[in-house]
Design a protein around this ligand. Structure first.
Ligand SMILES: NC(=O)c1ccc[n+]([C@@H]2O[C@H](COP(=O)([O-])OP(=O)(O)OC[C@H]3O[C@@H](n4cnc5c(N)ncnc54)[C@H](OP(=O)(O)O)[C@@H]3O)[C@@H](O)[C@H]2O)c1
Length: 347
């Protein structure tokens, strides 16, 4: 089997790349403009997915590709362009792979709980795959509709994974909650700021869910290779639920500080200007020289801590189809933070 992994430097794709390389049995081609920092045997193709000609040219040699894992993502402040560009990237890639690889077997696409409208307000929970998509626009809809139409009558099939709040390490991701928490806790400790839960009290108490990047990678490979998953969508989260009010004291303990009083404020507004303070911390502690804006996705953290409703997916379908792995979310977050410390991302 030969996998084309797009988004290979992202918080989803980076772990998929690592999982495939470590697991063996796969030839792997990593597609991203930047070079992934993952060790092991794979080929990296620096492709701009927005450029159809670049896709065609660089993927032409991969006539033996069998699987595509699509986890590329591009943030665009303009909502219409956001949908258009994310859809175009998928189209450019699939058209290029299809014309190069006659043995293409499967395309796996990453969507998310936003499919059900989790970002818009209270929605029907636990969200099941059979529930309708939310009203309005979402690039997931355009991507999935295009993929389904394209697949009709073809020898390959597709699967779709819908995770929520994917937690792992990546540089420059606009949606990386674990890393934003790591930088927030570090700034609070170093600058002696209160480590307050930054959302409304209802956010502190609401049910929430997280997805470990490695668990997600395993689920994606499973659904791309399990025949029963052909042309199916699956919610994938850690399988448990959290409330920030339970987790917050444990996070404070990790940073060696007291939890501050819950206070609703914008992390982006209050901490977005702390690049100099961050650079000083990096220098004093001999940390990896990541740019502040590359490790602190404040807008996403504000979004996560801004909701006042339960965000819960039903993951029973994946279990019924045979994927039974689960992760303890609290242990996962603490292990990730510990990993960031060992990798000298935070002190
Ligand atoms: N992060 C989450 O919490 C979360 C939760 C639920 C669902 N999702 C979904 O998961 C998918 C992946 O998101 P993510 O968070 O992993 O994104 P990410 O961390 O921002 O990664 C995006 C990836 O896309 C690549 N990319 C962007 N523009 C490109 C271009 N023009 N050409 C080639 N590669 C390009 C980037 O690589 P280069 O910059 O190196 O090119 C990077 O590897 C998205 O559909 C997202 O909605 C994410």
């Amino acid at each position: 089997m030969k996998a084309i992994v797009t988004g290979a430097t992202g918080v989803v794709g980076r772990y998929l790349l690592q999982h495939l390389v470590e697991r063996g049995g796969w030839d792997v081609v990593a597609v991203s403009r930047r070079k992934p920092d993952i060790a092991g045997r794979y080929e990296h193709l620096a492709v701009d997915l927005l450029d159809p000609e670049d896709c065609r040219r660089k993927l032409a040699a991969h006539h033996d590709a069998t699987h595509v894992f699509y986890s590329a993502f591009l943030q665009d402040a303009d909502p219409v362009r956001h949908v258009a560009r994310n859809t175009a990237m998928l189209v450019n890639l699939i058209e290029a792979v299809e014309s190069a690889a006659p043995a293409l077997t499967h395309v796996n696409l990453v969507e998310g709980t936003k499919w059900y409208g989790s970002h818009l307000g209270p929605f029907r929970t636990p969200a099941k795959e059979v529930h309708p998509r939310h009203a309005g626009t979402n690039f997931y809809f355009d991507q999935q509709d295009w993929l389904e139409a394209r697949q009709r009558g073809k020898a390959w099939n597709w699967s779709v994974v819908r995770p929520h709040a994917v937690c792992g390490f990546s540089v420059g991701s606009p949606m990386n909650l674990a890393l934003a928490l790591a930088v927030y806790g570090t700034l609070c400790r170093e600058l002696k700021l209160p480590f307050s839960h930054p959302g409304p009290a209802a956010n502190c108490h609401a049910l929430y869910q997280l997805t470990d990047s490695t668990l997600l990678a395993k689920a994606m490979v499973w659904m791309a290779t399990e025949p029963r998953c052909a042309n199916q969508a699956f919610n994938i989260t850690n399988g448990d639920l959290i409330r920030w009010e339970n987790l917050w004291p444990r996070l404070a303990q990790f940073f060696g500080i007291e939890p501050g009083p819950q206070r609703h404020f914008s992390l982006k507004a209050e901490l977005g200007g702390k690049a100099e303070a961050w650079n000083d911390i990096v220098h004093r502690h001999g940390l990896q020289p990541h740019r502040f804006e590359d490790v602190a996705a404040w807008a996403f953290a504000d979004f996560v801590f801004g909701s006042t409703w339960d965000i819960v997916s039903d993951t029973g379908k994946a279990r019924r189809f045979g994927f039974c792995e689960a992760v303890d979310s609290e242990a996962m977050l603490l292990a990730l933070l510990d990993g960031f410390r060992r990798q000298r991302v935070i002190p």
